[in-house]
Write a protein of this length. Structure first.
Length: 328
């Protein structure tokens, strides 16, 4: 039977071995000259879902942390008043449509009267040349023809006015229907609900935010690099992200943005020392296909370290090779 001293010694050795292995697995990678590093955090551009029109929130269908698809209904505003506006607009449209039928019938009647007046005037003109009708009768036919023409013009104008009124009513119906549709709030893109900003029953103003989404397949890390590194960095250069919460993994990324202006700029940049203080903002974007496999684990705000390949000919060291957890 092993003595107590031997057992304690073995336990200490096991602890030291485990600690050494953990240190080896998660130690800070030694960087060759062509690799630069910077601290940063995982970020995503927020997508706000806001009410286009004011109203009372009738229903909230998703909560913080829920996944939503593009076009999915997330909230509904009360629509009673808007529905009443729609009924009024549709009633106006029906009334104008009936009036158009009446004005078209009137125009047809006036055109028939004009045709008859034209026939009578032509007959009176021929009889007048043969002196078989008096001047007064001829004048009566001429005046009747002019009156018939004026009546047709007036009827045509009435038809034009009612057509314009119908176009306006149709536009009003379409506008109110669009308003009614906007009272149903939909997700503009797929993502995860980050914030729910109101409660059911709240009266929201036009433009007020109701939800904020993030797209877990469209995230990046922002780091800052000095002039010497940023100046050599190419858009699309390979990168790696190591998160403090998961230091044993190496997430692939690429440089998607390098700021055109330095963030920390002395008032006068004259000396080498001052130039070395310039820091440029750099975005490292993780490929969508990688994020899609781990969308449920993506969280904004996580801190970590970003590594970039400032020299494209410099291979990645072994301890910065891509290492991801099982997607399943």
């Amino acid at each position: 039977m092993l003595s107590r001293r031997v057992v304690v010694g073995l336990a200490v050795l096991l602890v030291l071995a485990a600690g050494g292995y953990f240190w080896w697995l998660n130690r800070e990678p030694s960087l060759p000259a062509g690799i630069a590093r910077g601290n940063g955090r995982i970020e995503a551009e927020p997508v706000d879902i806001a009410a286009k029109y004011s109203g009372r929130v009738e229903e909230l269908r998703v909560d913080e942390g829920d996944r939503v698809e593009a076009g999915q209904v997330v909230a509904v505003l009360e629509s009673t008043e808007t529905e009443e506006m729609l009924r009024e607009a549709e009633a106006d449209l029906r009334r104008y449509t009936l009036q158009r039928s009446e004005t078209l019938a009137t125009l047809s009647s006036r055109q028939s009267e004009l045709a008859l007046a034209q026939i009578e005037f032509d007959r009176a003109s021929e009889l007048r040349r043969q002196e078989n009708v008096s001047q007064s009768v001829f004048d009566q036919r001429r005046v009747a023809l002019e009156a018939a023409r004026a009546a047709v013009d007036a009827a045509r104008a009435a038809v034009g006015q009612i057509e314009a009124a119908i176009e306006g009513a149709e536009a009003q119906v379409a506008r109110v229907k669009a308003m009614l549709n906007e009272l149903t709030l939909r997700a503009p893109r797929a993502g995860r609900v980050q914030y729910r900003l109101v409660q059911a029953g709240t009266v929201v103003a036009a433009g007020q935010k109701v939800y904020t989404l993030i797209d877990p397949t469209d995230v990046h890390m922002t780091i800052f690099l000095p002039t010497a590194d940023a100046g050599r960095l190419a858009i699309g250069a390979e990168a790696r992200i190591v998160l403090d919460a998961a230091p044993s993994y190496r997430v692939p990324a690429s440089v998607s943005f390098v700021a055109s202006e330095a963030q920390f700029t002395p008032k006068f940049v004259e000396t080498q020392d001052e130039r070395n203080k310039l820091m440029f903002r750099v975005k490292l974007r993780v490929p969508r296909e990688v994020l899609s496999d781990y969308a449920d684990y993506v969280k904004t705000g996580l801190t970590g370290v970003g590594y970039v390949q400032v020299d494209p000919d410099q291979p990645w060291p072994a301890d910065l090779e891509i290492r991801l957890p099982d997607a399943g």
